[in-house]
Design a protein around this ligand. Structure first.
Ligand code: ADP
Length: 167
């Protein structure tokens, strides 16, 4: 498999070293992919997240995977879209970059991301896909351990957007 790949699927089912959660700044769960990850990981994940007392947008925190097939869960609040002139692009790149740094620091080789910020947070999909793939590719050039990153897309439109940024 190429070092960056795009698949359609449910990120809670993916067996990789680390999956990334599109969290909110409380890190205490929410809707969308965050809710799905908390349900699948089990209630012990709340206890682990509670200890962080939140996380700023674009930063990342790591927990175990609990009942998930993934070893670790990396939680990062992506930016809420406010029109594009409020640092959204940089904050989204930070979410990908800081998540990958944390994965690398924990000796992870395989990492899976959902489409951060393009659900309830309303970041335009094509623009988000471009930032995500570029940030991932740039990171892979300097990574020590991470050597395969998978974008796990929940629907066809998201899958097509990320797929089209690969080449
Ligand atoms: P955000 O608040 O960062 O926008 P959302 O959870 O609302 O996060 O949406 C982010 C993306 O995650 C959307 O494309 C949504 O369809 C997708 N998503 C929802 N559930 C899952 C899941 N189980 N696996 C992968 N992606 C998911």
């Amino acid at each position: 498999m190429p070092p960056v790949n795009v698949i359609k699927g449910d990120i809670t089912k993916i067996k990789v070293d680390a999956i990334v959660n599109a969290a909110n700044t409380t890190l205490m769960g929410g809707g969308g992919v965050d809710g799905a990850i908390h349900r699948a990981a089990g209630p012990a994940l709340y206890g682990a997240c509670e200890k962080f007392h939140g996380c700023r947008t674009g930063e990342a925190r790591i927990t175990g995977g609990f009942n998930l097939p993934a070893k670790f869960i990396i939680h990062t609040p992506g930016p809420i879209w406010h029109g594009g002139d409020n640092g959204e692009d940089q904050l989204l790149a930070n979410s990908y970059h800081n998540s990958l740094r944390l994965a690398d620091k924990h000796l992870c080789r395989t990492v899976a991301f959902p489409s951060i910020s393009t659900g309830v947070y309303a970041f335009p999909l094509e623009r988000a896909a471009k930032i995500a793939i570029k940030t991932i590719k740039d990171f892979l050039l300097t990574a020590n351990y991470v050597d395969q990153v998978t974008m796990v897309c929940f629907d066809d439109k998201t899958f097509a957007a990320y797929q089209s940024q690969l080449y």
